[in-house]
Design a protein around this ligand. Sequence first.
Ligand SMILES: NCCC[C@H](NC(=O)CCC(=O)O)C(=O)O
Ligand SMILES: NC(=O)OP(=O)(O)O
Length: 318
Amino acid sequence: MKHFLSALDVPDVTALADSAAAFKAAPRSAETLGRGKRIGCLFLNPSLRTRLSTQVAAQQLGMEAIVFNVGAEGWALEFAEGAVMNGTTVEHVKDAAPILGQYFDILAIRTFPGLKDRAEDYSERYISQFVKYAGVPVVSLESATLHPLQSLADLLTIRETFAGGRRPKVVLSWAPHVKPLPQCVANSFAQWMTVWGGADFVVTHPEGYTLDPQYTKGASITHNQDEAFEGADYIYVKNWSSYEQYGQILSNDTDWMLTLDKLKATNNGKVMHCLPVRRNVELSDEVLDSAHSLVTQQAGNRVWAAQAVLADILKSNA
Ligand SMILES: NCCC[C@H](NC(=O)CCC(=O)O)C(=O)O
Ligand SMILES: NC(=O)OP(=O)(O)O
């Protein structure tokens, strides 16, 4: 693949998850693949896992990784076409991106949505301008609407932990939060689950939190969390702000927090979350600290997901 922005860039998500599993079994199996190559990781927003796992993955492929917190330390970038730059932005992406394309063989970017203007966020203007102007492969480190590296790690986690000999029931469950969050992780998980097609996939959320249907096509959607949890093998917990009443918090319904009591209806369900997590708001301590929780394994798998993606891009663009 050329770029990695969405599941739709991946010819075969199962094969990519297999590649991630192979790197997990043999981390140094392609340690010369990236020799002499350099990845630039640009962060317009904070990160712990994505930032570090991508660097570890690059190093294990023999690549050099340079991280730049462009949001905090760089010149304020302008993305609007034809902007009269007499305000706070200092440098246009049209000028910056081609330079970054000369410094790096792969450019990876984290750029969260503004959550003010849905059309603007869902146009993915920021990351697509890097694609347009950098001239090198671009990897999403979470963009305005999707988080594909997270979803690939999630798919790996489900495939390596499920031993049921049937299709697992996987539930994406909305959770309360203190602030409006992007829809990225939820959109992306739904997209990967439906593109993969290996699970009975259910999305549950309070009214008003319907996700963009392009990502949930093929999923069962219900406002009844108890019903969704019945017999579930995996519960993926995530908050998102409203897509319909864009960027709003409509419900701070604490009843939606995942507790051990709620897990009783599941099939000894495993619990997933992308992290960072607000303890005792989204999930209770007793869930996160129990054997139900896969969150540490899931975050560990971010390395293998990133390694599979970078290896594929290196091979495809050799
Ligand atoms: N990269 C994984 C999640 C990133 C982001 N969470 C956050 O911003 C949490 C912030 C907080 O808890 O204050 C999100 O939901 O998309
Ligand atoms: N899950 C995830 O993307 O974590 P970071 O925001 O810490 O990178």
